[in-house]
Ligand binder design. Structure first.
Ligand code: ATP
Ligand code: MG
Ligand code: FE
Length: 346
């Protein structure tokens, strides 16, 4: 069975094609085409929804053609598309395209959850997914999930109450004059800094705070206050020290709560996903803490951590293999779709 996945929830237009192997219960990647509008958002310092929608509209058909060419097929056996969560106008483009192609090709259509895709994609490299805790960190999301089986609804353990982790990286990077998207630049600057130089706060770690929830807006404000106070006092600023100390605080809270969740639930696997998973300190701290707690850590390769079509095709394949029925072509995209809904069928 060959499944095509279409992704357009944020600023990446992704079309991926996978082949499901029922014996190994994993997928083989046949195509992974992504067109990103990230450069068009740089001068605004953040993703502009209207700009993203327009870019999806321009990119969707050429990206689709490239994926079919790469896989060497005329059409897939089934089509999966991100129905939510994401930007309303951006989602509409991928969903409309998926419906049109499904109708024209007469293939079944599956409307799936973007967040589940970030977890499912790891099976391409690392094999079938055991029950696990997943930590998703990107520009738009920070979620801690309990995944029992990829074909079943996912349980949300916690999420951010304000900024997403990647968003916090981007905002702090901007404050430090590092450009957009600033996450990667901040990571580079942090390599030269001392992570213990400044004791920035660890949000939501008090006894009365949500056990698995996150907050990064206080941390972002603390960095801004620190910069202001230094400037007022006329003291020199060490960008590398600020970057390293901020990064340390984010990685500390994320990995602490993720490992705690896995230990609490008695699962032995932690999966990371989302673009901010590229962060070197989040990775190294997750490795250290998983090793200490006896957990297996699974991280997809960077290309598959950011938004792409392969993750949607992979989740679609798992749902189909699990006996899911196709979605109706009247299904509407849902920008606020809960992670508990793996697939929308009405
Ligand atoms: P979504 O939230 O819908 O999954 P997105 O486009 O907001 O999508 P991604 O494309 O998955 O997110 O990831 C981009 C985010 O990851 C940006 O916020 C970026 O700054 C951050 N990021 C990328 N590399 C690093 C890094 N090395 N360190 C910290 N943050 C990073
Ligand atoms: Mg993106
Ligand atoms: Fe994503």
């Amino acid at each position: 069975m060959i499944v095509m996945g279409i992704e357009s929830s944020c600023d990446e237009t992704g079309v991926g094609i996978v082949e499901w192997n029922g014996t190994t219960r994993t997928c083989k990647q046949l195509a992974d085409e992504v067109a990103s509008s990230v450069d068009q958002h740089a001068r605004f310092g953040g993703v502009v929804p209207e700009v993203a929608s327009r870019a999806h509209l321009e990119a969707i058909v050429p990206t689709m053609r490239r994926a079919l060419d790469a896989a060497g097929i005329a059409k897939p056996d089934a089509l999966a598309v991100t129905i939510g969560p994401g930007l309303a106008g951006a989602l509409l483009v991928g969903v409309a395209a998926a419906k049109a192609y499904a109708a024209a090709w007469d293939v079944p259509f599956y409307a799936v959850n973007h967040l589940g895709g970030h977890v499912a994609v790891d099976t391409l490299e690392h094999g079938p997914m055991p029950p696990c805790v997943a930590l998703l960190v990107s520009g738009g999301h920070t979620h801690l999930l309990h995944v029992h089986d990829l074909a079943e609804p996912i349980v949300e353990l916690g999420s951010t109450v304000d900024d997403a982790a990647g968003e916090a990286f981007d905002k702090v990077a901007r404050l430090l004059g590092l450009g957009f998207p600033g996450g990667p630049a901040l990571d580079v600057a942090a390599q030269e800094g001392n992570p213990k130089a400044i004791a920035f706060p660890r949000g939501m770690t008090g006894p009365r705070d949500g056990r698995y929830d996150f907050s990064f807006s206080g941390l972002k404000t603390a960095v801004a206050r620190y910069v202001e106070s230094k400037e007022r006092a006329g003291e020199p600023l060490s960008i590398p020290d600020i970057a390293a100390s901020f990064q340390e605080a984010v990685a500390d809270v994320l990995t602490m709560k993720a490992v705690r969740a896995a230990t609490d639930l008695g699962v032995d696997t932690l999966v990371l996903g989302g673009g901010a998973t590229a962060n070197s300190r989040i990775r190294s701290m997750a490795e250290e803490r998983c090793a200490d707690a006896g957990l297996t850590l699974r991280i997809p390769k960077p290309r598959l951590c950011t938004d792409n079509g392969v993750m949607i095709a992979s989740l679609g394949a798992h749902l189909i293999a699990g006996g899911a029925q196709p979605s109706l072509l009247t299904v509407a995209s849902d920008p606020g779709l809960s992670v508990a809904t793996s697939q929308v069928t009405v």
